[in-house]
Design a protein around this ligand. Sequence first.
Ligand SMILES: Nc1ncnc2c1ncn2[C@@H]1O[C@H](COP(=O)(O)OP(=O)(O)OP(=O)(O)O)[C@@H](O)[C@H]1O
Ligand SMILES: [Mg+2]
Length: 408
Amino acid sequence: MSAPAEQPRSAKPSRPAPVAPAMDLEALIEDPATRIVVCCGAGGVGKTTTSAALALAAAEAGRTVVVLTIDPARRLAQSLGLEELDNEPRRVDVPEAPGELHAMMLDMKRTFDDIVVAHSTPDRARQILENPFYQSLSSSFSGTQEYMAMEKLGQLRASDQWDLIIVDTPPSRSALDFLDAPNKMGRFLDGTMIRLLAGSGRAGLKFASAGFMFFSKIISKILGGQLLRDISAFVAALDTMFGGFRERATATYELLRRPGTWFVVVATPEPDALREASYFVDRLSAEGMPLAGLVVNRTHPPATTLLSATRAEGAAERVIEADAEGADLAAAALRVHAERMIQAAREQHLADRFTSAHPEVAVRTVPAAAGDVHDLDGLRVMAEELTGPDDDTPTGTPRTRILPARRA
Ligand SMILES: Nc1ncnc2c1ncn2[C@@H]1O[C@H](COP(=O)(O)OP(=O)(O)OP(=O)(O)O)[C@@H](O)[C@H]1O
Ligand SMILES: [Mg+2]
């Protein structure tokens, strides 16, 4: 008797899976025209790891590359030779690489301080740097990290020392924060709001009516008079310092639109991360920013796709019933496989949903490694998953997918 024909678990007629275009990251990072790659995505999905792995692959392809990391996990930082925040790129020793890998960790406060020093007289700079309001702003304003990452990117690009700059983005709640920060920060520092609060400058004078003075007194009670005086002094110093943060922010933002810049959106095969990726993809397209594609990171492809979950479960039951030697072990292995198939199907379903909504977006899946990715060897494995050939996976499934596409 032959085995019964396999039935899909759901009774619904199966539609053919949407086919995502393949993302060729190898060609992208090897192309001399590629100058900036920005890795973005929701929190914890693997942006920093992806950035570092792509940078390693680029150095091994002969490019002089710098990766700007933000808050890398400690062990990863150590293996890149980044013992502490120092805000300058350090060369990473990659034996036999024809190119050069340099890595740096963003030091938000130092970057901010450097801008102040570069754009004012020594006296003014000291006043600002010592100002308590400046000190808290430069290390804690929400969006400061995103803004400073862009600022640093602008500096790295201007130095013209690098073939390729790979930018990791901060662990924001939303991937969009990175794109919104320069504008938000620019608006804030341009001072309309703080000028009003501080009652200094043109806007302040205009509102210095009795009503405003009353308002200002209340604010002063809430915020504390000292803070208000700090803000006031800070704004006054800023006023004479440079022609608007907003223009700087706009300039850095424009950098992201220039040819040679590519965005890589990273997500895990989970609803929240893919939803975030979806928003981000829409936003990039609205802004005319070039998207290389979506990395679906930490997927769980099964070791084989020849045995379905249903058949593996059925086989496990039969093995137990037969009660032969080693039955428990064999049944356990079959059940692990069944679980793995179900998980892969769930992940593939989520990825398919993304592709149905964004059929033009290229995709690359990257399987979860057994442990954390924290050294050059781990990064090399990840780099291979990101940039290696598309058609040589153990199960023969192309790397745009986790499971083979169901035939129509
Ligand atoms: N493919 C992978 N296989 C196994 N572990 C991975 C993989 N990708 C990333 N990781 C691990 O997941 C954790 C989070 O990765 P990473 O720090 O790169 O994420 P992130 O998006 O930069 O996070 P954050 O938003 O906090 O900055 C790290 O411990 C990393 O080693
Ligand atoms: Mg990170």
